[in-house]
Design a protein around this ligand. Sequence first.
Ligand SMILES: [Zn+2]
Length: 479
Amino acid sequence: MNDFSAVLLRGGTVLPMDRARSVLPDTDVLVVADRVAAIGRDLDAPEGTLVVDATDGIVMPGMVDTHRHMWQTAMRGYGADWTLTQYFVWYYLDHGTLFRPEDIHAGNVLAAIEAIDAGVTTVVDWSHGLRTVDHADAAVDALRSVPGRHVLAYGNIQQPPAEWSRSPEFRDFVARRITGDDMLGFQLAFDVTGDPAFPERPAFEVARELGVAVTTHAGVWGATSDDGIRLMHDGGFMTESTVYVHAASLSADSYQRIAATGGSISVSTESEQSAGQGYPPTWAIRAHGIPVSLSMDTSVWWSGDLFSAMRSTLGADRSREHLAAHARNETVTHCALRAEHVVEWATRGGAEALGRTDLGSLEVGNKADVVLIKNDHSPVSFPLLNPYGHVAFQAQRGDVHTVLVDGRVVKKDHRLVDVDLAAARRAVESTVDHLRSSMGEEAWRQGMNPDIPEAKVMDNPYTYTDYRSTTTHSATPTA
Ligand SMILES: [Zn+2]
């Protein structure tokens, strides 16, 4: 733990992420114990305070990722060229069952470290590789070993949710490990197939009985559809705490049911763009007034930092608007989605999705999850004219200077504090060795390099045979 009683971030541009989306230049943020104690100019630093110079930097709340399969970070980058089909085959059908408890642990530890390094202070661990309760214990051990804030969203893709959620082992796990403290929340994570018999009903009833939220991949092209939403709605299982992930291929009727029941949507733009759940849906969600949070989904494809999420979400939304306008022979003259909106989704939006009004904004009395973006060695750090635009389009992980979680300094001067990265590396290397040797070299290589479909190059009417033959002629020496 830190050996100072308070932390003062001095003289930064503060984005408190309040309702007014204020921008506070030359402002101090004082943290005492686990809370934001004061925000203002020229604040006094009590005895024993760590003072951090935030001049030329941006101080904002810690970011919240509402959907990440942290165990898959052990396979970082392996699936860069996958589609959803290859992902499903690899994790659900073929190789997901090779993960031992220690492999879940290794992935979770690395993902948790990666998150705080990037200023993501709360992560929902959508942990659907929990084949046994030993795997779940390993997941919790890992999350507890890194000083980030987490929500374990318990799942098991190898068993129907009605089975694992009603097992005595699961109940015992919840009683033993889920203690209700605010560093580790709990949700149930499972998908609704749309089977008219609604076999997921008992799992929803377990969640209701436990008083915990359900998070579900909804509107995933070819996997989950409007049928699942209708079944949930008819069963009375759509609530304000339900988090719908992707929701990228739903009808207006489903969006209306989500809006009417107060749930929120976790948009994973980089995932939707590459994997194919559907077009990143913010353009549709905005029209229905549904709350949005952002997520990175899995580091088996993408990074685990929300700067990428903010950037790609702005790009996807604007692309869609331009494309739709051009189809009507019109021009978009004003962007509807602004940088301040995606920064809000990455902070306050995530906190609200989790029912945590004490996170996601810097207000006196709130939990002190705080990020300072500042990099005096970077040519991209100035001029700082539009702070929201700077966060969304200019900043990156390396610019995260200082991070506090629950008032504790976990990153300082661009360096992680009290984190054993070497041990995390050794654990992940051991997991990779295990998977690679279990799969065999050929399967390992094929898994990482899916076949490329044959491309048909279109005929080009501007290619002149005569011109080409002339060029060939001139380049060929003649006798
Ligand atoms: Zn996912």
